[in-house]
Design a protein around this ligand. Sequence first.
Ligand SMILES: Nc1ccn([C@@H]2O[C@H](COP(=O)(O)OP(=O)(O)OP(=O)(O)O)[C@@H](O)[C@H]2O)c(=O)n1
Ligand SMILES: C[C@](O)(CO)[C@H](O)COP(=O)(O)O
Length: 230
Amino acid sequence: MTEAPRYLALIPAAGVGARMAAAGPKQYLPLAGRPMLRHTLQAFLDSEAIHHIYVVVSASDGYIDDVVADCGQRVTVLRRGGATRMESIRNGLRAIDAAAGDRVLVHDAARPGLTPGLIDKLIAEAGLDPAGGLLALRVVDTVKSTRAGKVETTPRDGLWLAQTPQMFPYELLLRALESAPDPEAITDDASAVEMLGLSPRLVEGHPRNLKVTLPVDIGIAEMYLKQDSQ
Ligand SMILES: Nc1ccn([C@@H]2O[C@H](COP(=O)(O)OP(=O)(O)OP(=O)(O)O)[C@@H](O)[C@H]2O)c(=O)n1
Ligand SMILES: C[C@](O)(CO)[C@H](O)COP(=O)(O)O
């Protein structure tokens, strides 16, 4: 009988938040009374499917110890952040205690609206898929392109916006990131896996799982997080 895989979370949290332009890294901004990253961690702590949680931060990070102080033994901090998201993830994958069949769920620290329900849905629908899977949203607006030097409309049918978590067998993700022709140009983990000719499964996500990127996103994320505490 084949054993069920272990599910490990890997949270890249070594960015500087240039587009947020706050006084410090955006993953530590207070949202509904807690640092953003603490909300993100809570979704994984509340999912019984998650065996262990790894957080990748920069070597000089001065905030993380306070944030994980009450998280217990299921959280490990890796001070191995790189210059790009992909580099931070690659460094993290090389450092975690993972076996061949384990699945790794990579999730942005900057998506604090994730819920245990969304994690469990991703695992239920794609947990055993050999090509992995990710949460994503169907495009609901009309899409314009200016790439050809003029305005063109691209049919939205079949277009999705990638969210995280993005989940893959450990060995596959590491191989994909180590063999990608230009890993620094890749903006999500699934792209690296697609370059190996595989087709990760798309699982319908939720708007509350937005990536907090610009100052305007703070209020939206807080609205969802405050709803949870009512
Ligand atoms: N060198 C980097 C860059 C990003 N990230 C992480 O990757 C996630 C998604 O990246 P993004 O939202 O782009 O965050 P930043 O890189 O911090 O933002 P910006 O691009 O505006 O600087 C974030 O949780 C961020 O902390 C990381 O671990 N290491
Ligand atoms: C991985 C990601 O969250 C998918 O939407 C996103 O691409 C990462 O953020 P970035 O701003 O593109 O680095």
